[in-house]
Design a protein around this ligand. Structure first.
Ligand code: ADP
Length: 301
């Protein structure tokens, strides 16, 4: 196969691993800098240009579109989809996963366990929102945060109110969520590829830290997940329409609750913690599924 990978930084571990896994299996993988692509979006022929040349037609495209380039990256990906190139994840599904409210609404509709989560626009509703979320302790989260930045634990209603007001004063949106204390600073990430969980790890925050992000000093280890956790991860991927994703869950007293579904999961943490060749499984998924014109939306969604 001729595979294109849309990525801004070709040197990242995940990108190098996917390239090596493709080449080991006899494929050709070209890393294309998403932000350097240009196109005539008004043309009936959805070509993509790069380095002064029109790109050839690929058999598959692996979008590794970071949160900061979602807007442009999904536009480039749509051009590929309109050409009938098979995307590992479709642009529409990536767009869904980048909108936390939309994602949670989709998961809730499927009856997937979620932490009680409330949202309001007007700071006048702060008191009501706190009540609706069940009162302190509460987690207040920036709607657009990543890597645990902008995730705050408020022990009292009063501190929750001040944090919400501070964020709203800075004109950013926040979610207010029930604090899953029993998770003990540990979350679970299940890697779903083609409707199966192929690897799972637990991440535990540094001492005294309730956030388990590896970027915040957390550590990762392989974990055996329960059948309920497995099915929650698979159903979440399906609800989002993602072929490949990382589903982040917390172990609550009332079963697994999903925090986030990540459409561009990093491979380094999970491969090192579990010893599983995740990149290889992703390439094998493409081998089994990438056919021309097999995308669901062809960029129309
Ligand atoms: P980000 O997307 O920025 O990583 P998350 O929503 O994943 O933010 O939160 C970061 C970490 O904080 C999670 O990995 C988890 O360990 C912890 N956390 C987040 N929400 C809750 C919650 N409601 N209850 C308990 N811990 C939480």
């Amino acid at each position: 196969m001729k595979i294109a990978m849309l990525a801004v930084n070709a040197k990242l571990y995940s990108h190098q691993r996917l390239k090596a896994a493709a080449e080991e299996r006899g494929h050709e993988l070209t890393i294309i800098n998403t932000l350097q692509c240009y196109m005539n979006i008004a043309s009936r022929r959805p070509d993509v240009y790069y380095n002064g040349e029109k790109l050839p037609t690929f058999d598959a495209v692996i979008p590794r579109i970071g949160a900061s380039v979602t807007f442009y990256g999904t536009a480039v990906l749509r051009q590929f989809e309109m050409q009938g190139v098979f995307p590992l994840n479709e642009s529409v599904a990536i767009g869904r996963s980048r909108d936390k409210l939309r994602s949670m609404q989709l998961l809730a509709r499927e009856g997937i366990g979620l932490p009680v989560t409330t949202f309001a626009n007007d700071p006048k509703q702060t008191e009501e929102v706190l009540k609706l979320a069940g009162g302190a302790p509460l987690v207040v989260k920036l709607l657009e945060g990543t890597q645990g930045i902008g995730v705050v634990l408020a022990d009292t209603d009063r501190s929750a109110k001040s944090v919400i007001e501070a964020f709203r004063g800075a004109n950013v949106h926040v979610l207010v969520q029930e604090f899953i204390k029993e998770a003990g600073g540990t979350d679970i990430r299940a890697l779903v590829v083609g409707g199966k969980v192929i690897a799972a790890m637990k991440r535990t925050g540094a001492e005294g830290e309730f956030r388990s992000n590896l970027h915040r000093g957390g550590s990762a280890a392989a974990i055996k997940i329960s059948p309920e956790e497995r099915s929650t991860a698979i159903r979440s991927a399906r609800a989002m329409g993602l072929n490949v994703c990382g589903v982040d869950m917390l172990r609550s007293n009332h079963g697994p609750v999903v925090m986030e579904v990540n459409s561009t999961p990093g491979l380094e943490g999970v491969e090192k913690a579990t010893g599983i060749d995740v990149a290889g499984k992703i390439i094998e998924y493409l081998e089994g599924n990438a056919r021309p014109n097999k995308t669901k939306t062809r960029g129309k969604g």
